[in-house]
Design a binder for this molecule. Structure first.
Ligand SMILES: [Zn+2]
Ligand SMILES: [Zn+2]
Length: 150
């Protein structure tokens, strides 16, 4: 059974330390994969968000280099199943936009629109803290016990 809450390192304010909070997981969407994180790289990009050189909406869970084990999948997921070992992509693609159709998923229009807003590809967040949405970083947010990816 999927966890209803889990711990994550949250950036509330630029220049302030991350705070480990217990987040609420909203129901998985049809194309979501819930991953139990086993390893999460600390990248300089995370530091740039913390220090304010890169702007992202907050509160946000950083970490975009995650690996772990699939815990649960949405109803429409066919590529992986619970128990699979996976590496999360920090540049996921929708598979059906102008660039995805031309074998250039790195330029995915859906990702380039939703990523700066701290959203998953469907334009929403699956994370909440005290009833308020928490933003995703690069559609991964791996500095946490679990993350939701497309
Ligand atoms: Zn990185
Ligand atoms: Zn696309």
């Amino acid at each position: 059974m999927s966890p209803v809450t889990f711990r994550a390192a949250v950036l509330h304010e630029v220049g302030q330390p991350l705070v480990v909070e217990r987040l609420t997981l909203k129901p998985l969407g049809p194309h979501d994969v819930l991953v139990q994180i086993r390893a999460s790289g600390l990248c300089h990009t995370d530091l740039e968000v913390i220090q304010g050189q890169l702007f992202y909406p907050r509160p946000i869970v950083l970490g975009h280099e995650g690996a772990g084990v699939v815990e649960a999948v949405g109803a429409g997921v066919t590529l992986v199943r619970p128990g699979d070992h996976v590496v999360c992509s920090w540049n996921p693609s929708c598979g059906h936009c102008f660039y995805c159709d031309r074998d250039q998923p790195i330029l995915c229009e859906v990702f380039t629109r939703t990523q700066p807003r701290g959203q998953l590809l469907d334009g929403a967040s699956r994370l909440e803290l005290d009833g308020r949405p928490v933003h995703h970083f690069s559609a991964v947010s791996s500095h946490a016990e679990f993350c939701v990816v497309h």
